[in-house]
Design a protein around this ligand. Structure first.
Ligand code: FES
Length: 145
């Protein structure tokens, strides 16, 4: 059911933990399944993401997608990080079963929330970044109906 890459990132998740004095921290949840994701970003003066870590009370797919997402945003600029969508993460993992696609949204939204926090702390506007929601299940419903 899961690709080898998903199993690998689930069993050996990369970048689990916290970053002290992070440049940005974002937390999002999905009220439907009760899972929560928190992302920490360390962004240098040139706007490059030097480090990214996550903590989650999430299912296996949420762990694997977050692990891959942190790997993908490291070393990127803020604008490049915005392109790390849940679709890009799923592709990097060789796909997810359809019922687990929503789990990958947690990682994307948590990164956006951390970038939003960074922008607010620094009084800047990140082009293309919308205010994140704290519960992504509300968002899903809008898309479904
Ligand atoms: Fe909630 Fe996967 S079931 S994130």
């Amino acid at each position: 059911m899961y690709s080898e890459k998903v199993m690998d990132h689930f069993q050996n998740p990369r970048n689990v933990g916290e970053i002290e004095n992070a440049s940005g921290v974002g937390t999002v949840g999905n009220a439907k399944c009760g899972d929560i994701m928190r992302m920490y970003l360390d962004i240098d003066d040139n706007g490059i993401i030097q480090d990214c870590k996550f903590k989650t009370f999430g299912c296996g797919a949420a762990v694997a997608t977050s692990s891959m997402a942190t790997e993908l945003v490291k070393g990127k600029t803020i604008q490049e990080a915005l392109e790390v969508t849940n679709k890009a993460v799923m592709e990097a993992l060789d796909g997810l079963p359809p019922v687990k696609v929503h789990c990958s949204l947690l990682a994307e939204e948590a990164i956006h929330a951390a970038l939003w926090d960074y922008a607010e702390k620094n009084g800047i506007v990140i082009e293309g970044l919308d205010k994140p929601v704290s519960d992504i299940s509300e968002h899903e419903e809008e898309e479904e109906y």
